[in-house]
Write a protein that binds this ligand. Sequence first.
Ligand code: ADP
Ligand code: ZN
Length: 752
Amino acid sequence: MRPVVSATPALLASVAVGRPVRGEFTYLVPEAIADKLAPGQRVLVPFGRGMALGFYLGPANAPVEGGVRLKPIQRVLEDSPSLPKDLIALLRFTAEHYRYPLGEVIRGALPPGLSTAVDEKEAKPDIQFFVEALVTEVPPQLARAPAQAAVLQYLLAVGGRAPLDEVTHAIPGARETLKKLATRKFVKWVEVTLQAGVREGLVQNRPDRLTPEQALAVKELQAAVDVGGFQPYLLHGVTGSGKTEVYLRAVEHTLARGLGSLVLVPEIALTPQLVGRFRSRFGGDVAVLHSGLKDRERLFHWQALRKGTVKIAVGVRSAVFAPVEHLGLIVVDEEHDPSFKQDEKLRYQARDLAVVRGKQASAVVVLGSATPSLETLQNTRSGRYKLMELKNRVDDRPMPTISLVDLRVERPREGQVTEEAPILSPQMLQAMEETVAKGQQVILFLNRRGHSTILLCEVCGLSLKCQDCDVCMTHHRSQNRVVCHYCGVAFPVPDRCRECTGPLLKLGIGTERVEAEVLERMPHARVARLDRDSATSAEKLTELLASFARRELDVLVGTQMVAKGHDFPGVTLVCVVMADTSLAIPDFRAAERTFHLLTQVAGRAGRGKDPGRVLVQTYNPDAEPVRRMLAHDFDGFSKQELEWRKALAYPPFARMAAVRLEGEHPEQTAGVARFLGNLVGRHMPPASAGVRLLGPALAPIARIRGKTRWQLLLKAPTHAALAPLLARLEAALADVPNGVKVVIDVDPGAML
Ligand code: ADP
Ligand code: ZN
């Protein structure tokens, strides 16, 4: 059969359908709507037996196959397209690169109000409630009203004024608390009508003078924005060098030129300070995009950005899809942070997409970090990105001094480890005592939660594992239970080994145990713990961070949550309880992650007027990341690590993709893994292309939630060399039986 005769190319449309189907579909454009159609519009199309939401992407060239009878677009759902042009390009790239259905990629990017097949509605929060602090610090009267103090502290931390919804998101239940605060005249409610370009005149804390290094970076960025066009930068600035101020000035300049800015940050709940700085500088000109927004708010922000009435978006990884108009600048703060990689559904890396978007939108891109990823570093070395450095802290504050406590020497032990083995070496305890005695603060870092992380039978040597997962159970003493950190199953601590009824030893320390140790050794100190067990809600998290900032606590014990970009001037001592925890993880990035974490946590010390110091306890003082971190030697570490990656052909010198399988039945799962392995084998390019298949093999954690896990790893010199194989795999997913779930993870983050 020949194509429908009347279908001239101009009257064919390429449409992504909002269903889990791959590819774009060609539809006929009825005469009646031909002149209403614009790329990026949501449309209604016949699909299967019914109707589906579709996204018109542009004219299609020719019907895919001669035999297909094309159906017409049913209706256009909106006048002005929800998706701006540059975003269409990004979404197409995303679907292609990460092997995910385009319609689903688009639906995931859109706010809920636009991701269903309903006619466009204007979001109408024309009036938004703000709350404004009427005091500049938490008054002593609130000492016995911790909830009120916490809310007020949050408000002050974000610049004294914030949308009500933002506060109630950060602190659930804050609405009632704010009413009380309003009655006591500590805050007031303000009704704000949001209009185009309304500036709320909230300029606060803008330093009069930049450091010479900041000034240089700002000048460079401003010039790049003026010139226009794609230009990626790495802003490599040591901890406390004032990177945020550089972003703020660059955004100011971009705004003054009438262009939009997009700022990506790792986790908003952990960084109220950063959001606060943007709020205080730009007021209502900023859309803050986080995962806790209500549907209505998301829709409102989307439309405001789309219309260009709001020109700055600050948000977490999903904000890389925010429809910022006339994009001039994209910033990715803490670009090394693993949270930019999404590890479910669409497995994208927002930092990488930010660069792609910058290229498509001809914008300046700044990736900032004290510990840039090796991927970004290599792009700088190869000349793809320009390098800007801030080598000194603000006000010439010194970097903290770092010293080592060799646990092999400090803790000689005969025979077994017992529960009584000390956790804090005498040096560490002494340093903590001194610091607290001076009224200064301590951060204690250990990247493992729980009390003890291994329960081992003294007789048969078996460790207590989760029955559904291939991992050890962690003892949580506060709950008096053992918990699986993978599936969450928990039960009372058994007192005997399941196999041989021998007595159980508690080995491996977690933050809970460290906290207990500090409480015991320093009974006078005010101690708190920050990890996923203690910060169970955004409210608790904010309250903890705020009370540490108010210096109501002397010692904060925590996991990587304490290593994030916090700026606590009172902290002069950072203790790493054990630097070794992440070294042995079977992941080629283990050394890099360890180095990043250690450097970032060390960077929390000495950010105020008093100099800081860092003590690192370790069993592996010679391990590369530990040695280099001690010497503040980022360059040495990355040079060494890059050589190693190159020798073994790992990223950034290769591109990878993981195919992950998970199935109820071990046999069936193994069968699918072999089937996919054979498929790859049959289509392998000649050896000269350098493509390698590792596996199929059981995943390093072979079972989670009772499901068997397999994986295949693909490695190639370029993504282009991988793409045809990934396309084959993607096409084969349709043939995989329902009992086995297969996902393709392109540029995988963690290897577990
Ligand atoms: P980084 O993100 O590089 O670790 P920050 O941006 O948090 O550092 O800056 C560290 C501290 O220095 C912050 O408290 C910030 O307000 C302050 N600061 C930044 N730039 C200046 C400046 N030019 N003058 C004075 N203080 C500054
Ligand atoms: Zn489990």
